[in-house]
Design a protein around this ligand. Structure first.
Ligand code: ATP
Length: 287
């Protein structure tokens, strides 16, 4: 019987809140993040190969096409653990900006895990896939589940939440890539303005849009804003143009705005277009 191709969507995430609690002895940071997936997505296509190898190709974005690619690492991990002797070709249609704070690489890895679970008939549960995802990167576990969740530990402990109130999201990415490691190196743990994580979870549970906007907070934001003034400018511009709530996602540089009304989203979108050449109007998934 001819083996079939598997195609999986890999959506981007934004952080509605991101807190760093401490630095651990193993070098990782202890975090508390409320994350949600949005409908800007890569697509991962997996084609079985008779030959025992993993090949990777990408269209639409510059990502490493070797063992550094997180989707490649996902395939290698399952292949080794389950002694799979056939190969796979991974094609990534890249739509999520790279090194943008949107977890593009982690989402590709999660999609590869899910797709190969199906292709190689491994029958792993989402929990089992997420556990393996954590070995690849701290955001991969969340991306395996998608939706909206609280992520703790170094990001790998996931508690699923209800979807946030329906709203529009504008993503604006300045033409720079940000290194997460550099942002963490510049983060001073004493004297942080911690976001109200439990308040954000309450606001989501109550589907209270104004409360969600009021509770947006990210301790990495001021670090990136100081390192990259263009990110600060985009944030200020989005606030000035009238977004209901504005925050930087992850370690940046993408800044997102939340909108209750589509008409205002369009106004801000048009206002930003001359200012920032990568702007996306999206929805939160799973409403
Ligand atoms: P996060 O929000 O999880 O910190 P990010 O959105 O800031 O992630 P990514 O787009 O995942 O960043 O890219 C981070 C690094 O990972 C880049 O340097 C990139 O070269 C590498 N990378 C490896 N595999 C991929 C992939 N499939 N897609 C994008 N980047 C990848």
């Amino acid at each position: 019987m001819e083996k079939r191709k598997v195609s999986v969507k890999a959506p981007a995430k934004i952080n509605l809140s991101l807190d760093v609690l401490s630095k651990r002895a193993d070098g990782y940071h202890e975090v508390e993040m409320v994350m949600t997936t949005v409908d800007l997505a890569d697509r991962i296509e997996l084609t079985p190969l008779d030959e025992d190898k993993i090949t990777i190709e990408s269209s639409g974005g510059f990502v490493p096409l070797d063992g550094r690619n997180l989707a490649y690492q996902a395939a290698l991990l399952l292949k080794e653990e389950f002694h799979i002797t056939e190969g796979v070709h991974i094609h990534i249609s890249k739509h999520i900006p790279v090194a943008a704070g949107l977890a593009g690489g982690s989402s590709d890895a999660a999609a590869a895990l899910k797709g190969l679970n199906e292709m190689w008939e491994l029958h792993l549960s989402l929990d089992e896939l997420a556990e393996r995802g954590a070995k690849i990167g701290s955001d991969v576990s969340f991306c395996v589940y998608g939706g909206t969740a609280l992520a703790t530990g170094r990001g790998e402990h996931i508690r699923l939440l209800n979807p946030p109130p329906p709203c529009w999201v504008l993503l604006a990415k300045p033409p720079i890539g940000v290194s997460t490691a550099e942002v963490y190196r510049n983060l001073k743990l004493d004297n942080l303005q911690h976001p109200d994580t439990s308040g954000m979870m309450e606001a989501i549970q109550e589907k209270d849009f104004s409360k969600v906007c009021a509770r947006l907070g990210n301790v990495l934001e001021s670090v990136t804003l100081d390192l990259y003034p263009e990110v600060r400018q985009i944030k200020e511009q989005m606030v000035r143009l009238g977004a209901d709530g504005v925050l930087m996602s992850g370690s940046g540089p993408t800044v997102f705005g939340l909108f209750q009304h589509e008409s205002r989203l369009h106004r801000v979108y048009n206002g930003l277009r001359g200012f920032c050449n990568e702007v996306y109007a999206v929805r939160i998934l799973g409403e």
